[in-house]
Design a protein around this ligand. Structure first.
Ligand code: NPW
Ligand code: K
Length: 480
């Protein structure tokens, strides 16, 4: 499990360690991890040119000492100091190792004029966990002069809001972020996560591994987690040796209509992933005929352990939600049915809006949701007293108490019509199999992303390909 920790928590862990270690030891560990990550990315050292952008704090210190490591291996290292008070030990060490240290060109320099020197890579040591969101003009100017060069961010891409994943104003967009001790929210949550590129965690002995995130006093309330393959494998329902179809759970689908039979087919395809014992379809007769033709194992209405209500159900959405709520079993509420999500209060439910749908549910602008995913997912979870799976590049699953998980599987190819129907059906199957709504939503979302990635290895995908790839993803996790 990846658990993001707040700046406050990182500082507390660092204080514990600093009291026990020689001065500078933590920075040396961080810089070594960073330096080797840069060497890996460069692929070779001699003749390569690396630029360090160095701010006033320890983030710049990390960059400078990583530069020492690189210079000693033959890389030509240049550091642009963005402040008069850059880490003095780091500056001296880099000069001693043969690096060039100069003041940054400054905000008044012509930002459109590219640097005369070409660099293979830029290391962003402008600010880390001590930074305020946004960038100062001199940092913006320096970045503009090396635009187009690959960037490795030290700890966090400078300019993003570390604890919330928000992005307001200019920031670094990295190809790789090398972080220390633990992940922070900005590494998981969009839009900041998009600015991180790949994220590499360097162990510096902060002692977070396997530890529970503590609740912070900031607005960042409750831990943020990202399930990993082993977590999903542990949570996946498996048939007991003496299982029969009813003990494995029955999932019912109320989606699709005569006008939109595809929604019925795709929701059922997600539900029929094999993770529940049986699938029932309760919907329009014409859609039901198509469902039976494509999925002969699917049966008609009856008792279920979970309902999936939503997409394409036309004017029937309200009635479908009402009847499902009356059954008292857990339910997935998607698409058209989200307009009636308020009626599921007090029942175990997973609401699966995308950003536009969540904006309507909260009566806010879509752009606000997309700027602050976690905050809005949590707000909706509290307001609707349900688990909310806010679908996006990094989907967020939030509980009413603020606990949240982020999905980091997936591929841009997943942005395809009907993929949400497959996800709804899949989450319904997991609910029927007995997972609680938080686990069902986060495991379903993880599997959905992994299946899309697998399917996309053969080229562009459509929603049905995602459903078809689910068994192979499950097999890779838990064996045949
Ligand atoms: N904790 C750990 O476990 C370890 C931490 N380590 C490393 O230390 C980093 C944290 O270092 P830190 O505390 O010195 O803060 P940091 O982010 O370098 O800069 C803060 C200074 O920048 C300034 N400033 C603020 N906002 C700004 C902006 N938008 N744009 C420009 N400047 C801005 C402001 O100073 P000002 O200029 O306002 O005086 C402020 O004081 C951490 O990310 C990691 O890399 C590792 O070495 C070892 C283990
Ligand atoms: K940085």
């Amino acid at each position: 499990m990846i658990r993001a920790h707040t700046v406050e928590q990182v500082r507390a862990a660092e204080d514990d360690l600093l009291a026990r270690l020689p001065e500078g030891a933590l920075m040396q560990r961080a810089a070594a991890g960073l330096g080797y990550a840069v060497l890996d990315l460069l692929g070779s050292a001699y003749g390569r040119r690396v630029l360090l952008l160095v701010g006033s704090g320890d983030n710049g210190g990390d960059a400078l000492y990583a530069g020492v490591l690189l210079a000693r291996r033959g890389v030509q290292v240049e550091a642009w100091l963005l402040s008069d008070t850059a880490h003095s030990g780091g500056v001296a060490a880099l000069r001693a190792a043969g690096g060039r240290v100069v003041p940054a060109p400054g905000a008044e320099a012509d930002a459109q004029r590219p640097s005369r020197d070409r660099f293979d890579l830029v290391v962003d040591g402008i600010v880390g966990i001590g930074g305020r969101p946004g960038l100062r003009p001199e940092a913006v100017a320096a970045l503009a002069r090396v635009a187009g060069t690959p960037v490795v961010a030290v700890d966090t891409p400078s300019g993003v809001d570390v604890d919330t994943g928000r992005v307001d104003g200019p920031h670094v967009t990295a190809d790789l972020t090398v972080t220390f001790g633990t992940h922070k929210a900005c590494h998981l949550l969009d839009p900041a996560a998009r600015a991180c590129g790949a994220v590499q965690l360097v162990d510096i002995g902060l002692g977070f591994r396997g530890s529970q995130a503590r609740t912070s006093t900031t607005e960042f309330s409750g831990p943020i987690e990202a399930l990993q393959a082993a977590d999903v494998a542990a949570l996946l329902p498996r048939p007991a040796p003496d299982a029969h179809k009813y003990t494995r759970g029955v999932v019912g689908v109320r989606a699709g209509s005569a006008a939109y039979p595809g929604a019925a087919l795709l929701s059922v395809a997600g539900a029929a992933s094999g993770l529940a014992g049986m699938v029932r379809y309760d919907g329009d007769p014409a859609a039901a005929d198509l469902v039976r033709a494509a999925h002969p194992e699917v049966v008609g209405p009856g008792r279920v352990q979970a309902w999936v209500v939503g997409s394409g159900s036309d004017a029937g959405a309200e009635d479908a939600v009402r009847r499902s709520v009356a059954d008292g079993v857990p339910m997935v509420v998607d698409a058209d049915a989200l307009a009636f999500a308020g009626t599921t209060r007090g029942r175990p439910a997973v609401l699966t809006p995308h950003a536009g749908e969540l904006a309507r549910m909260l009566d806010v602008e879509r752009a606000d949701v997309e700027a602050r995913w976690l905050e809005h997912a949590r707000l909706a979870a509290r307001r609707y007293d349900a688990v909310v799976l806010l679908k996006g590049r990094h989907s967020v699953v939030a509980r009413p108490d603020g606990r949240a998980r982020v999905t980091t599987t997936g591929t841009p190819w997943l942005a395809t019509a009907g993929a949400g129907d497959v996800l709804g059906g899949l989450v319904g199957a997991l609910l029927a199999a007995g997972l609680d709504p938080f686990d069902a939503a986060s495991v379903g979302s993880w599997l959905h992303g992994a299946a899309a990635t697998l399917a996309a290895q053969r080229g562009p995908i459509v929603a049905g390909d995602v459903a078809a790839a689910l068994p192979a993803v499950v097999a890779a996790l838990v064996g045949p």
